[in-house]
Design a protein around this ligand. Structure first.
Ligand code: F6P
Length: 324
C-alpha cells in the first residue's frame, strides 16, 4: 500500500478547535505508523509551520486522547500564513523536516490554507472537516458539530428550569459563525419556541405577537434561540422587552459550545476520516477534502469544499412553529 513518494507526513489543527479534533489526530498518527510512515505534529496550525514548531509523534504520543476535547497540537488562526512570505517560510519548514504530505484538520479558513499549499506551492495536502459549524461541502457533518449541539442543549435545558420558574422569556445565542445551522438544530432539539438565523431577516412583530398570543393561552415561558451571525441576544431581548413589556433575559453560550468530551458520533467521524486521510495520501490522492455522506467516505477537491449553505431551514422552521 505504501506510496514510495510518501515516507513522512505532518498533521495540524487550524482555526477554532472542536471536540473530536484529538480523536482525528490520534487516528492520523496511528494509521500512519501502522503503514510504516513517520509523523510530525505541527503546533498551532499554519503558524507552527512558519515558526518551525513541530514534534515527533508515535502511537504512544496520542494515548488516551480520543475522549479529550480541544487539541493537543493547539490551534490558531495564522495571519502570517496569508502572506507570500509566511507561506514560503512554511514551505521551508516542510522541506527541512522532509515532510511529504500534510493532513489539515479544520474549517473553511484551514481548507483555504491547504488548498493554497496544494495549488500554489504544489505541496500534497488533504483536509479533514474539523469545525463545530457544519458549514463545509462534501460531508453530511463536520467533526465537533454533534457535540456542540449536545453541549448547547445541556445548557438550554437548565435555562428552561429558571425560565419556567420565573415565567420569563430567554433569548439564547449559539455559535455557528455566519451559518444558522446550529441555531436551527439546537432550537428544534431544545423544543424552543422560536429561532432567529442570519439567513432570514428577523420579524420582531411576528415574534412579539406570538409571545403575547401565547401568554393569553397560558404559555408562561419562552426560549428563543438566535445565531451569533445574525441578531445578538441582548439586542433581541431588549427589543422584546420594549415591544411587549415582558421581562426578557439573554444568555450567550459562546465558547462553552466548543469544549468538552466528543460524543460518539464525533469520535466515529474523526476516527474514520483520520484513517482515510492516511490511506488517500498513500494512494497519491492529494488536494482533496474528506467527508462522510450517507455513511460512505466522500472525497472532493479542496477548492470545492469550502463554505456551504445548508438547506434544512424551511423544514426545521415548519416543525418549530408546529410544535411551539
Ligand atoms: O468556527 C468555529 C467558531 O467557534 C465559530 O462558531 C465562531 O464564530 C468562531 O469559531 C469563534 O472564533 P474565535 O474563537 O476565534 O472567537
Amino acid at each position: 500500500m505504501k506510496n514510495s513518494k510518501i515516507n513522512k507526513i505532518g498533521v495540524l489543527c487550524s482555526g477554532g478547535d472542536g471536540p473530536g479534533m484529538n480523536a482525528a489526530v490520534r487516528a492520523v498518527v496511528r494509521a500512519a505508523c501502522f503503514n510504516g510512515l513517520k509523523v510530525e505534529g505541527v503546533m498551532r496550525g499554519y503558524q507552527g509551520l512558519i515558526d518551525n514548531d513541530l514534534i515527533d509523534m508515535g502511537p504512544r504520543s496520542v494515548s488516551n486522547i480520543i475522549s479529550r476535547g480541544g487539541t493537543i497540537l493547539k490551534t490558531a488562526r495564522s495571519k502570517d500564513f496569508r502572506t507570500q512570505e509566511g507561506q514560503a517560510k512554511a514551505m521551508a519548514t516542510l522541506k527541512k523536516h522532509k515532510i511529504d504530505g500534510l493532513v489539515v484538520i479544520g474549517g473553511d479558513g484551514s481548507y483555504l490554507g491547504a488548498s493554497t499549499l496544494y495549488e500554489k506551492w504544489r505541496f500534497p495536502t488533504i483536509g479533514i472537516p474539523g469545525t463545530i459549524d457544519n458549514d463545509l461541502f462534501g460531508t453530511d457533518q463536520t467533526i465537533g458539530c454533534h457535540t456542540a449541539i449536545n453541549t448547547a442543549l445541556d445548557a438550554i435545558d437548565k435555562v428552561r428550569d429558571t425560565a419556567q420558574s420565573m415565567e420569563r422569556v430567554f433569548v439564547i445565542e449559539v455559535m455557528g459563525n455566519r451559518s444558522g445551522y446550529m441555531a436551527m438544530e439546537v432550537a428544534l432539539a431544545a423544543g424552543a419556541e422560536d429561532v432567529i438565523v442570519p439567513e432570514f431577516k428577523p420579524n420582531y412583530k411576528q415574534l412579539c405577537d406570538n409571545i403575547q398570543a401565547g401568554n393569553k393561552k397560558g404559555k408562561i415561558s419562552w426560549i428563543i434561540i438566535t445565531a451569533e451571525g445574525g441578531a445578538k441576544a441582548d439586542v433581541v431581548a431588549q427589543t422584546i422587552t420594549n415591544m411587549t413589556g415582558v421581562e426578557t433575559r439573554s444568555v450567550v453560550l459562546g465558547h462553552v459550545m466548543r469544549g468538552g468530551t466528543p460524543c460518539g458520533a464525533d469520535r466515529l467521524l474523526s476516527t474514520r476520516l483520520g484513517v482515510a486521510a492516511v490511506e488517500e495520501m498513500l494512494k497519491g490522492n492529494f488536494g482533496v477534502a474528506l467527508g462522510v455522506i450517507r455513511d460512505k467516505l466522500n472525497v472532493i477537491p479542496l477548492a470545492q469544499a469550502r463554505k456551504r449553505d445548508n438547506d434544512i431551514y424551511q423544514e426545521r422552521l415548519r416543525l418549530i412553529e408546529m410544535l411551539r
